[in-house]
Design a protein around this ligand. Structure first.
Ligand code: ADP
Ligand code: ADP
Length: 228
């Protein structure tokens, strides 16, 4: 059964513009990791914008849990989806404060569990100076910020976790932590990632190769390499 489906979705950024997504079908099963790969301009980010309903399709329809998007309010929809941006915003303060900022009701146990999962538990009370001030010696690194954003996203146990280029510019420890986290989350829910390079998502259950707004190929990496 699919948690998320796109059927013949066409989307453009303006009425007279060439569509950025040109008739895409996509099925995201309730469990597993679906990776969308392709060169810059392929339409990957636009797919995320459609899934998050930042952008409405010109044609076609999206479904969540078998129901068309139109039946959901914005809040209902967003309760099922969690999104980790490429450059996720961080509030000034500790890692604990960052999680509590978006999830004020989270228990200590929940905080510790997700921070353990992204390997930040020992830094729970480390300070970050925020995005607008120079980082101090106690500040967390870019990779740690990425893991804070991921911890924030998984704290809600979303049905669908969306990660945009999560491992594009991070240190090896962060890459490994994110990778493990994706695997663990994909065993109980759906994870959808965007990646420029196929090499970073070889273990995804399904790889969707996009090019110029269309799906060019789909399958696990063995199948994709066999048909290339
Ligand atoms: P990436 O390949 O990492 O998605 P891009 O350079 O394609 O990066 O896009 C960076 C940002 O600029 C995205 O938010 C995208 O929506 C926006 N963008 C890309 N192309 C255009 C465009 N032609 N007009 C306006 N915004 C654009
Ligand atoms: P990718 O994420 O694969 O790099 P995008 O979805 O960002 O691709 O872009 C797909 C197409 O849509 C590109 O031609 C890009 O220039 C265009 N595009 C993306 N964002 C915008 C935007 N905000 N306004 C206008 N065009 C955009």
């Amino acid at each position: 059964e699919n948690v998320l489906e796109l059927r013949e979705v066409v989307a453009a950024y303006g009425p007279d513009m060439e569509p950025a997504v040109k008739g895409v079908d996509l099925a995201v099963p309730k469990r597993g990791h679906v990776a969308i790969v392709g060169p810059s301009g392929a339409g990957k980010t636009t797919m995320f914008s459609l899934i998050l309903r930042f952008l409405r399709p010109q044609n076609g329809e999206l479904y969540l849990g078998g129901r068309p998007y139109g039946e959901y309010t914005h809040d209902e929809l967003r309760a099922h989806l969690a999104y980790v941006e490429q450059e996720a915003p961080i509030v000034p303060g500790t890692i604990r404060e960052n999680l509590l900022f978006t999830h004020p009701d989270a228990s200590e146990e929940e905080l510790r569990e997700v921070l353990g999962e992204v390997r930040l538990l020992e830094k729970i009370d480390s300070l970050d100076d925020g995005l607008d001030t120079p980082l101090s010696s106690t500040a967390v690194s870019g990779g740690e910020r990425q893991r804070i954003a991921l911890a924030r996203a998984i704290l809600r146990s979303p049905d669908v976790l969306l990660l945009d280029e999560a491992t594009a510019q991070v240190d090896a420890l962060t890459e490994a932590a994110i990778h493990d986290c994706i695997r663990r989350r994909a065993s109980t829910g759906a994870v959808v990632t965007i990646a420029h390079r196929l090499s970073t998502v070889l273990d995804a259950d399904t790889i969707v190769v996009m090019e110029a707004g269309r799906v060019r190929a789909i399958g696990d990496h063995e199948r994709l390499l066999a048909t290339d």
